[in-house]
Design a protein around this ligand. Structure first.
Ligand code: PLP
Length: 465
C-alpha cells in the first residue's frame, strides 16, 4: 500500500486558488475507468470525469499502452508546432472519422493547451476576419478565465477583479422565461442603429451551458442565431469544449441541427486521456492567420496526439459508442425523474450525458453533494447559484456502475430531504421505513410538506428561477 501523505502539505504550499480539492479532499493515488482510488484505500465512483476531460474514463488501457510505447521508443515529447508523426496520425484520424463522415470542412489550429486558449484564438481570429472587435456572448456562458475568454464568461465570481472590454452580453434562450424570444431581441438590438451594440465580430455560444447550469438551447433557436450571425456579418463560434467529444450523444453537440458554425473550439476530452490539448476548427475561407501570428511554445501536445488518435479510432469508427451514450442518457433521465419527485420545484436540466437536477438553491445542492461524496461518489454542482447537481460521468461508465451512482444520489436526496424537516420525517419514518424504494414513490403532497424548511433556507425562490 502507498505511504499515507499528510494533506497539510497542500494547505502549506499550494495557493489558495485551489478549488476542486477543497470539496473532494482525499489524496488520490490511482484511477481506472470510472473509479478513483484514495491514498486511504477508499474507492470513489467518479461522476465528474475531470470536469469533462475524461469522457472515455481514467487510464483507458489502449491509450495507456499507445502512450507507453511512444515514450519507450523515444517518441517526440515537446509541443512546439513542428511536424511530427503523432500529429499527422491525429489529423488523419480526425479528418477520416470525424469531419468527413459528417460532411464538414474545417482546418485545425492547435492553440495553447487548455480550453481558454482555444477560445482566445477563436475570438482573435473572428476579429481579424471581420475587422470588428465586439463579441456577443450569452448569459451564463462559461468560456475560460484568461482575459479575453473571461470577458465572455458570465460568472461574477470568476470575473472579479478583472477589467474587460469587447464583449456584449445577450440573453440565452429562455433566460427571460419561455415566452420571451431572445433571438428576436438580439436581432432587434443589432438591426437598430440606436440599439447600442457595436456590430459584432462573432457570436459565441455553448449549445449546452456546462458551467452555467446545464441550460440547453433548442435546434430552432440555434439555427436562428446562426442565421442572424450571418445576416449581421458576424462569425458563429460554437464553444464545444465541454459539450463536444460525445458528451451530448454525438461527437459535436450541434450535429443534425441544421447549421454549421464558422469556428468551433474543442478541448477537455479531445486528448481522450486527460492530457491538455485544445484546438480551433476553422472554415477554410476564414483561415487567414499569417504564419506564426498566434504562436507559442505549446502548440499541440504530442503525447495528447497519441492518445487522441486512439480515442478516435476506438470510439468513433462506428455508431456503437454514440448509441451507447444515447441509451445511458435515457437511463439518467429516467432516474432523475424519480429524484425530481423528491424535491419540490426541482427540474431536470441538460441533455445526453450532461444532465442534472436543479434543486432550486445552492445551499441544498451543496448539502446533497456533500452527502453524496461521503457515500463515495464524486459529483459537482453548476449554475449561477451552484444549484444544479450535475452528472458528468465518463461516457464509458458501465451501466451497473452508472446505476450505483444514481442510487447514491437518490439515497442522499432522500436523507437530506428527510433531515430538512425532522418533524415531518419522523412521522413518515414511523409510518414507513424510509427506504429508497418507498421514498421514490412518495406522493407529491407529502414531499411538498417536507420541503418548507429547505425553501426557507434557499437564497432565491425555487419557482421564480
Ligand atoms: C464551455 C467551456 N469553454 C471553455 C472552458 C475553459 O476551458 P479550460 O478550463 O480548459 O481553460 C470551459 C471549462 O470548463 C468550458 O466548459
Amino acid at each position: 500500500m502507498a505511504a499515507l501523505i499528510d494533506s497539510s502539505i497542500f494547505k502549506k504550499y499550494e495557493s489558495e486558488a485551489r478549488g476542486y480539492c477543497r470539496r473532494f479532499n482525499p489524496i488520490f493515488s490511482s484511477s481506472s475507468g470510472s473509479i478513483m482510488n484514495g491514498n486511504d484505500s477508499r474507492k470513489y465512483i467518479d461522476f465528474l470525469a475531470a470536469c469533462g476531460a475524461l469522457n472515455y474514463g481514467h487510464n483507458d488501457p489502449d491509450m495507456s499502452s499507445a502512450l507507453l510505447k511512444h515514450i519507450s521508443n523515444n517518441g517526440i515529447s515537446a509541443g512546439l508546432d513542428l511536424f511530427s508523426v503523432p500529429k499527422a496520425d491525429f489529423l488523419n484520424s480526425f479528418h477520416r472519422l470525424i469531419l468527413k463522415p459528417r460532411g464538414l470542412d474545417y482546418r485545425v489550429q492547435f492553440t495553447g493547451p487548455t480550453g481558454t486558449n482555444a477560445v482566445e484564438a477563436a475570438m482573435k481570429l473572428a476579429r481579424k476576419v471581420t475587422g470588428r472587435t465586439n463579441i456577443i456572448a450569452f448569459t451564463n456562458g462559461f468560456h475560460g478565465v484568461s482575459l479575453g475568454a473571461l470577458a465572455a464568461t458570465g460568472n461574477k465570481y470568476n470575473r472579479m477583479g478583472a477589467c474587460f472590454s469587447g464583449v456584449s452580453r445577450a440573453p440565452y434562450e429562455h433566460y427571460m422565461g419561455t415566452d420571451f424570444d431572445t433571438a428576436e431581441y438580439l436581432d432587434k438590438l443589432l438591426s437598430d442603429p440606436s440599439g447600442g451594440i457595436e456590430a459584432p465580430a462573432a457570436i459565441l455560444l455553448e449549445t449546452v451551458q456546462g458551467e452555467g447550469g446545464l441550460n440547453t438551447a433548442s435546434a430552432e433557436w440555434l439555427k436562428r442565431i446562426a442565421m442572424l450571425a450571418k445576416r449581421h456579418g458576424a462569425l458563429l463560434i460554437v464553444d464545444d469544449i465541454q459539450a463536444g467529444c460525445g458528451r451530448t450523444g454525438t461527437f459535436f453537440s450541434f450535429e443534425k441541427m441544421g447549421f454549421e458554425p464558422d469556428l468551433i473550439t474543442l478541448s477537455k476530452s479531445i486528448s481522450g486521456y486527460g492530457l491538455p490539448m485544445a484546438l480551433v476548427l476553422i472554415k477554410p475561407e476564414y483561415d487567414i492567420w499569417e504564419p506564426a501570428e498566434h504562436n507559442g511554445t505549446f502548440r499541440g501536445n504530442t503525447h495528447a496526439f497519441v492518445t487522441a488518435k486512439v480515442a478516435l479510432e476506438k470510439f468513433w469508427s462506428d455508431d456503437n459508442f454514440s448509441n451507447e451514450i444515447t441509451f445511458k442518457a435515457a437511463l439518467i433521465t429516467e432516474r432523475l425523474a424519480l429524484i425530481k419527485k423528491l424535491i419540490p420545484g426541482s427540474h431536470i436540466k441538460g441533455r445526453g450525458m450532461m444532465q442534472g437536477i436543479s434543486v432550486g438553491c445552492g445551499e441544498l445542492a451543496d448539502k446533497i453533494c456533500r452527502l453524496i461524496f461521503k457515500k463515495g461518489l464524486i459529483i459537482e454542482t453548476s449554475g449561477p447559484y451552484d444549484e444544479v447537481i450535475k452528472i458528468l460521468a465518463p461516457l464509458t461508465t458501465p451501466v451497473n456502475l452508472l446505476e450505483q451512482g444514481l442510487d447514491t444520489i437518490q439515497e442522499a436526496v432522500v436523507e437530506v430531504m428527510n433531515k430538512s424537516l425532522v418533524a415531518d420525517v419522523d412521522q413518515l419514518q414511523q409510518k414507513a421505513k424510509f427506504s429508497k424504494s418507498v421514498a421514490a414513490n412518495l406522493p407529491f403532497v407529502q414531499i411538498a410538506s417536507m420541503s418548507k424548511t429547505h425553501e426557507k433556507n434557499c437564497d432565491y425562490d425555487l419557482l421564480n428561477h
